[in-house]
Structures are given as structure tokens and as C-alpha cells.
Design a binder for this molecule. Structure first.
Ligand SMILES: Cc1cc2nc3c(=O)[nH]c(=O)nc-3n(C[C@H](O)[C@H](O)[C@H](O)COP(=O)(O)OP(=O)(O)OC[C@H]3O[C@@H](n4cnc5c(N)ncnc54)[C@H](O)[C@@H]3O)c2cc1C
Length: 457
């Protein structure tokens, strides 16, 4: 049996950096990957989708050429070339991760499916490996809901969407949340008819109502059909395509399309990991239970990234790595409870979010102030002819610290970091008002907006 100082299962957003850190410290480490190096973000998540978002954005701007003063004539989409561009972006990162790991001294790379044999041993291929410390970074996969007709109709998910090299005539997206909305706008801009079917009464139901409403209007302005309150979703074959049963309160009881994309959440890859043999506890949804420093209930075993249920983003997984590594190698006792929620929704314009939502602030009992400002009044947005959306900032009336913010608008995914960093500094919002910002930018309006704070009722 080969012995290592550490075994890492999965090469997602935490595993490779952790392996390199162990190796750099002169420790022996084995890292195991069953599929593609780099995991979800690199192969079927952030990188390929944001590459598609960029192609879709370029087409959108080209279509609006008349507004900017140019004309490009007949425009046609070439999905095969778009796919090739996306594939190249993923391959670049995937190869980078693999070459990095294989070229790292003290690091043994093993391809195969890992399963716990005991709390300190893992079986992979025909071998059993042993380690003092084991780190689980197995990520998740698209959930397959148990809905009527699910076995009768071929459906797409975020992984199989990566393989299509044709334009769906009419894509029905089941799920009006982050993943579904990005694909909906991408394919609408490529030229597909698109219908989004959402069970809840509004899109991205975890966001504030005004954000859901603004996103709905942005998508509807591009002729994306939105069906809300789809209480009883079912699938059936229909003339070579698919009919999605809705039982909606209003409108036709079904949405008929050529293809259906299921984007109804994700499940952790923990059901085939032999966790029971190691005695590692999960919650009722299969997420591995961890403490504030990512350790499981079994001493010597940690879980990082999407599989622990404490984040569903590349940056939360990478932050998990930083927390584990700093605790282990730097005696810096970082914790997951120290981090501030932050993420983006990459429709166009993007939504950048940090800190608490409207509902969370109400629940928290903070005496809050709010400032809200339309993007149409932001000069940079006007110059770019991208005036959809708004900026909303919440501040604690007593401490003057920022509680949360949403920037739905051009540059929102970048500008949000101005507010996020001030939150990490635990500084009052007034420091932003004393900073000299660059003109013309969206960020230069933050001091003006903060000057309009009023009580949040
Ligand atoms: C469509 C889509 C778009 C997204 N866009 C964004 C975005 O823009 N920004 C963002 O921050 N996040 C985004 N995400 C989320 C992000 O991709 C994930 O949160 C992130 O990749 C999670 O990383 P991870 O480290 O937890 O694991 P993963 O990246 O999922 O990697 C886990 C790895 O473990 C391997 N593995 C699993 N089980 C085993 C086993 N038993 N043995 C060996 N290997 C195993 C898997 O093959 C995989 O390679 C997106 C997700 C999707 C689906």
C-alpha cells in the first residue's frame, strides 16, 4: 500500500492548489481525478459558459449596430466556430491544470474513481492508497428531477450543452435561476427561440424582488418567453421535439420546443465515494458536513468546494483551499464564517452581488439605510448605450458599514468589488465618498449614490 502525507480527491478549484501547497512544503501528495482535469468550472461551468456569453454579447452588439452608427449587413451565427472557441478556452485551462500537477515534484497524479476504504485509505483503480490527511474536492453535477416524462424525452443539462454544435430551433429551459438564465440569453442571442419555465412566482427567487423583476424585463425585451408559476412540470415527446407541461396559472398549459435544457439545481458527487466506510457524515441532500475550518466529523478528513454545501462557486471553492492551507501551513486560523457572500449572474448586463439581500437585512434586525440609482443616470452606461438595471446599496445606520449591494448593469460584476473590499476592511461607506474615482466609470457614481441614502423601511 502506497503511503502519502495527503490524498486529494478531485481536481476542481481547491484540490490542485492544495496539492501544490503540500508539494511545496516537501510533503508527498496524491491527487486523484476521475474525469477531466479542472472539474466543473473549467470543463462545463464558468469558463465555457462565459466564453459563450462573450460570443452572444458580440452578436447582440452587432445587431444593434444602427444605434452605434454602423451597419454590418447580413449576420449569421456559426455555432461550430463558437463551439471551437469555447472548447479552446476550456482546453487551455484543463491542460494547464494537468501539466501543472504532473510537473509538480512530490505530487503523484492518478486518474480513476476514488472510493474511501476506511478513514485513512482510498481505493483507486486496483490500488489502495493511505494518507495521514485526506481532502475531498469532488464537486457536483446537474440534478435530474423526478418529474413525469423524464425518462421518455432526451434532455440537455449544463454538461451536454457543451457538446452541441447546432442551433436549437426552440430551446425550452426548465429552471429560471442562474445557470438557466445564462443559457437562455446566450441561445436567444445566437438566434434560437427560447422559453424559460420556472416553478416559482419569479425568476432567481433568492434575489430581491426588484432584481427578479428587472431581470425578467431584460430577458423579455430580447423576446425570451418566460413562464412563471409552472407548478407541475412534465416532459413529453411532441412532433420530433418536446412539450413541457406547465400547469401555469395563465397562458398555454405547455411550452413546445425542439430541445429542453434542465437547469434545476445541482447535487454533490458524494453518493459513490464510499463515505459510509470512513464514517463521514452528510446532510439529507448529500452535502458533506464540515466545521468552520472545513474539517468533516472524521478527524484528518476535510471537504472543500461545492460538495460541502457552503458555496456553489469557483471562488468559494478556492477560498476553501485558502482557509485549509492557511490553517495548516501558516497558523492563520481563517474560517468560512469570515467570508462575505459575493457572486455574479452573467446575463447581460451582469448582476454583481455582495453581502446581504433585502430579505436578509429585514430578518437581521439591522437599522439599515438604502440608496438605489438607475443605470440610465450613470454617464458611462449612457455612453455605452447600456442603461438597463440599477445599483442598490444597503448600509448600517449605526456603524456606517455596508451591509449588502446589488449592481445590475454594465460592469456590475467588476464594480461590486469596490463595495466588497470596503466591507472586508470593515470601513464605513464614507471612505468611498472621500476617494477620487476615475472618470468616466460606473464606479465613479458610487459616492453620489451613497449620498442619497435614506431609511430602509
Ligand atoms: C453552467 C455553470 C456555470 C457556472 N458559472 C460560474 C461562474 O461564472 N462563476 C463561478 O464562480 N461559478 C460558476 N459555476 C460554479 C462552479 O463551476 C463550481 O462552483 C466550481 O467549479 C466548483 O468547484 P469544486 O472545486 O467544488 O469542484 P468541481 O470543479 O466540480 O470538481 C470536482 C472534480 O472532482 C472529480 N471527482 C468527483 N468524484 C470523484 C471521485 N470519486 N474520484 C475522483 N475524482 C472525482 C470530478 O470529476 C471533478 O473533476 C458554474 C457552474 C455551472 C454548472
Amino acid at each position: 500500500m502506497r503511503h502519502f502525507d495527503a490524498i486529494i480527491i478531485g481536481t476542481g478549484q481547491a484540490g490542485p492548489s492544495l496539492a501544490a501547497r503540500f508539494a511545496a512544503a516537501g510533503k508527498t501528495v496524491a491527487i486523484i481525478e476521475r474525469k477531466k482535469f479542472g472539474g466543473t468550472c473549467v470543463n462545463t461551468g464558468c469558463i465555457p459558459t462565459k466564453t459563450l456569453v462573450a460570443s452572444a454579447y458580440a452578436m447582440h452588439v452587432a445587431r444593434r449596430g444602427g444605434e452605434y452608427g454602423f451597419c454590418i449587413g447580413d449576420m449569421r451565427v456559426d455555432i461550430k466556430r463558437i463551439k471551437a472557441r469555447k472548447d479552446a478556452a476550456s482546453a487551455r485551462s484543463r491542460t494547464g491544470v494537468e501539466e501543472w500537477l504532473r510537473g509538480t515534484r512530490n505530487c503523484t497524479v492518478i486518474q480513476g474513481h476514488a472510493r474511501f476504504q476506511s478513514k485513512n485509505t482510498v481505493a483507486v483503480n486496483d490500488e489502495v492508497l493511505e494518507a495521514d490527511k485526506i481532502y475531498i474536492n469532488v464537486g457536483g453535477r446537474a440534478s435530474v428531477p423526478d418529474m413525469p416524462g423524464i425518462h421518455d424525452v432526451p434532455f440537455l443539462n449544463n454538461s451536454s450543452m457543451m457538446d452541441i454544435d447546432f442551433l436549437p430551433g426552440h430551446l425550452v429551459v426548465v429552471g429560471g435561476s442562474y445557470v438557466g438564465l445564462e443559457f437562455a440569453q446566450i441561445y436567444r442571442r445566437f438566434g434560437s427561440e427560447v422559453t424559460v419555465v420556472e416553478m416559482g412566482p419569479r425568476l432567481i427567487g433568492r434575489e430581491d424582488e426588484d432584481i427578479s423583476q428587472a431581470v425578467l424585463e431584460i430577458l423579455q425585451a430580447e423576446d425570451i418567453h418566460i413562464r412563471l408559476n409552472a407548478k407541475c412540470i412534465s416532459l413529453a415527446k411532441h412532433n420530433g421535439g418536446v412539450a413541457v407541461g406547465l400547469a401555469c396559472e395563465e397562458g398555454s398549459p405547455e411550452a413546445v420546443g425542439t430541445h429542453v435544457l434542465l437547469a434545476v439545481g445541482r447535487s454533490p458527487n458524494t453518493n459513490d465515494l464510499g463515505l459510509e466506510r470512513a464514517g463521514i457524515a452528510t446532510d439529507h441532500r448529500g452535502y458533506i458536513i464540515v466545521d468552520d475550518q472545513l474539517q468533516t466529523n472524521v478527524p484528518g478528513v476535510w471537504a472543500l468546494g461545492d460538495c460541502n454545501g457552503h458555496g456553489a462557486f469557483t471562488h468559494t471553492s478556492y477560498n476553501d483551499y485558502e482557509i485549509v492551507a492557511d490553517n495548516l501551513f501558516n497558523a492563520d486560523h481563517r474560517r468560512i464564517s469570515d467570508r462575505i457572500q459575493a457572486y455574479a449572474l452573467y446575463i447581460d448586463p451582469p448582476l454583481g452581488r455582495c453581502g446581504m439581500t433585502d430579505a436578509e437585512i429585514r430578518k437581521s434586525g439591522h437599522r439599515a439605510l438604502i440608496a438605489k440609482y438607475p443605470m440610465s443616470k450613470v454617464t458611462r452606461a449612457y455612453e455605452k448605450a447600456e442603461t438597463q438595471g440599477f445599483i442598490k446599496i444597503f448600509v448600517d445606520a449605526d456603524t456606517k458599514q455596508i451591509l449588502g449591494a446589488a449592481i445590475l448593469g454594465t460592469g456590475g460584476d467588476e464594480v461590486i468589488h469596490v463595495l466588497l473590499d470596503v466591507m472586508y476592511a470593515k470601513a464605513p461607506y464614507t471612505v468611498i465618498q472621500r476617494a477620487m474615482h476615475i472618470h468616466p466609470t460606473v464606479a465613479e457614481f458610487l459616492p453620489t449614490i451613497l449620498g442619497k441614502l435614506e431609511p430602509f423601511a
